[in-house]
Structures are given as C-alpha cells and as structure tokens.
Ligand binder design. Sequence first.
Ligand code: SAM
Length: 279
Amino acid sequence: MSAIDSLPPLREVIAAHGLRAKKSLGQNFLLDLNLTARIARVAGDLSRCDVLEVGPGPGGLTRGLLAEGARKVLAVEKDGRCLPALAEIQAAYPGRLEVIEGDALAVDPLAHLMPPIRVAANLPYNVGTELLVRWLTPKDWPPFWESLTLMFQREVAQRIVAQPGSKAYGRLAVLAQWRCDARIALDLPPEAFTPPPKIRSAVVHLTALPAPRFPADPEMLQKVTAAAFNQRRKMLRAALKGLAPDIQDRLRAAGIAPTARAEDVPLEGFCALARELAG
Ligand code: SAM
C-alpha cells in the first residue's frame, strides 16, 4: 500500500477535525484526490525539487505533491485548525513535509527549502494575486522559484495569459509574460470545490525564463504599464504625458503610434518604451 492510500479520505478528515470552511479565509477545499494529483502533475517532475505550497488546508494538494514525488514540501497555512490533518500526512511521508502555521506573505521560503524550488497553491484569490505579483517582481532575476502552479478565478487566469488587442490584456499580462512562459493548464467548475465558489476557476502554470524576453528596467516598465493601463481608454500620448514632456517623440522612437491605446501595444513595445524613457 502506498503512503497516500494509508491516509483517510478527505471528507473523513474534514469531519474528524471539524474543518468547516471559513469564508474569511477564502476556504474552498479540493477533496477529489484524482483532481489534486492532476494539479500536482501540472507542476511537472517534482522528484528533484522542493515545493512551496501555500494554503494547504486539509492537505488534498499536499498529498498530490508528495505522491507525485516532491523531494520536500513546505506547507504554509494560516488556519491552525488544519494542523492535525497535515500532521497525519507528515506521518505518512516521514521527513518530506514541513508545516508552518502562519501567513504566507511573511515566510521566507529560502530559509526552509533548497533550490530548485517550485511553487504550488490553491489560495484565496486576493492573496493569490498579491503573492503572484510579489513572485513576479523580485529584486533579482531569475527568482527563487522555477515554476508557479496556481489556482485563480478564471477571469484572473485569463488576464495573466492575455494577448494584446483583448480586454483582458493589461499590467498582469505584461508583468507575467515579460519573464515567464504562462499558460492555463486546467479549467475547473465550481462543483470541484467544497463549498463551491460562485465562479469558475483555472490553474495557471508559469515557468521562469532565464532572462527577460526583451531588455528593460523593471521599475520603468512597471511605471509605464501602470500609467498606460490606468487610463486604458485614452491614447498613449495622453495617458503617458506625465512621464516625459516629449512623450510623442519617445513613443515614435519606441515604434509605437502616439494615438495607440495601451491594449494594442505588445510586450516588446512596452519594453522599447521603458528603454527609451530610461535612456
Ligand atoms: N489547498 C487546499 C485545497 O486545495 O483544498 C485549501 C484551499 S483554500 C482555497 C485556501 C487555503 O489557504 C485555506 O486553507 C486558508 O486557510 C489558507 N490561507 C488563506 N490565507 C492564507 C495566507 N495568507 N497564508 C497561508 N494560508 C492562507
């Protein structure tokens, strides 16, 4: 019998430990172990990796990550009620699961894990976006992680992978695609979760590129995209006029029509403009 088979079904775990989902913690649990195994497989070959899992809850995805062969999993969970359930998984996989009770935003993964490191999480959506932006904007690149496998509400997932010319294209797409390959790997209906959320969800898989696709200063690129997409309906010559007195010339030098709107500018254009404004 494998370790995962020695553990009780998640419905029993939840009942035994009184884990009634708390709305305030964004708790929508995945109880189907086939599904959590599929999500773990999206993260790729884990046998040579340590994995940071944020928000393990009762541990469905944690079990999937360990069964898929993760060298070690560091699970950071804010809700102390989940700790006994996670301790059962620790016992089934001796030495391979470390659990920290606390806020994922306050934990330094490098104090606990050895590279190469991959990240996997089914998180409350607000925390997920905040962590994603943080993971995408470290001081140095490449970051501490090789890949991120994250559950989002479908609309946010679409914003991460969006292409120019679509409504979903914005800062998140530029930020994610500048230094990562990003794809939607799985689509999940509300019924996949207990309790079911109101909206559909999707798993996004991001792989860190060794270097940015196009050179640009990260701070300038963020400044340009923030200004451009904050007023996305305006022409860029108006939306960006605060960035340089001769913005029309700068836009032309970057190969962008001053009358274009942010939504129409590809990643390469934003990087060219960031270089133009930094120089
Ligand atoms: N991963 C589990 C699953 O798939 O069934 C639970 C998913 S549930 C959507 C989100 C989990 O994240 C909850 O267990 C919640 O307590 C935890 N959580 C919420 N905010 C957190 C934070 N800031 N740091 C760590 N965990 C958090």
